[in-house]
Design a protein around this ligand. Structure first.
Ligand SMILES: [Zn+2]
Length: 242
């Protein structure tokens, strides 16, 4: 799918708008003491479920185009996963027919490819039919235009709905009896709106802390803030059979 093209005056108008805008990020990151393995508490895995609000990842080159020559991402808030952060910078994401989302947070560090991660509701309001993909799997996905205070970038691909996944280290993998690439299920008990999410992909890394990432639509569906219990299980272990 081709991205929209923008005329110069609209881009300038958007740049002015981008300069005026700034909004807080929604990612929480309280400190957790680690025992044994990253993120463990009292010798046990400590499950955290986080909502990833819409955000984008940028290349070094795109950071300079959007924010000016020599610009780098400035960390505003550390994420729970060590080494990752919400940057001070935000961009405007523009879809076809000039529909747009203002102040989309940039997450750092920079990556080899720029990518925009939206919830379904975001993609509907942008008018982009973003497919569910795991991060980095962006071949054949739609593009968009990113606008920052210093310029704009036309992405030919990279707009996705991030597929739900769980980060974990190898001690967590052993605890749950899973491997990188396996699927798990997550039950979130919440007053009057409990939800079980299937297809939660395991993304294992030795430095990762146990954390499920769902998008805002998924978080809203189960009213995550009001959840009373979250249980993560290996899929297909037979324990759900009657
Ligand atoms: Zn994640």
């Amino acid at each position: 799918m081709n991205s929209t093209s923008l005329d110069r005056s609209l881009v300038e108008q958007l740049v002015r708008q981008a300069l005026r805008q700034s909004s807080p990020t929604s990612t929480a990151s309280p400190a957790v003491a680690s025992a044994n393995a990253p993120g463990w508490v009292d010798g046990k895995p400590n499950l955290r479920v986080s909502i990833s609000a819409r955000h984008c990842h940028l290349t070094d080159e795109h950071v300079e185009i959007l924010f000016g020559a020599g610009s780098v991402l400035k960390a505003e808030k550390d994420l729970y996963q060590d080494g990752f952060y919400a940057a001070e910078q935000t961009v405007m994401v523009v879809g076809p027919r000039r529909r747009m989302l203002g102040s989309v947070r940039v997450l750092g560090p920079t990556r080899p490819f720029s990518q925009v991660e939206l919830a379904l509701t975001d993609s509907i309001s942008l008018g982009i039919d973003a497919p569910v993909r795991h991060s980095g799997k962006i071949d054949g996905t739609p593009g968009c235009v990113l606008v920052g205070p210093a310029g704009s970038v036309q992405l030919t691909q990279g707009v996705i709905r991030a597929a739900r996944h769980v980060h974990m280290n190898f001690a967590d993998c052993e605890h749950f009896g899973v491997h990188d690439g396996d699927m798990m299920k997550l039950k979130i008990s919440s007053p009057d709106c409990s939800v079980t999410f299937e297809d939660v992909l395991v993304r294992a890394d030795k430095a990762a802390k146990l954390e499920v990432h769902i998008d805002t639509d998924e978080g809203n569906a189960c009213n995550l803030d009001a959840a009373t219990e979250v249980v993560l299980k290996k899929s297909g272990c037979g324990c759900e059979k009657k």
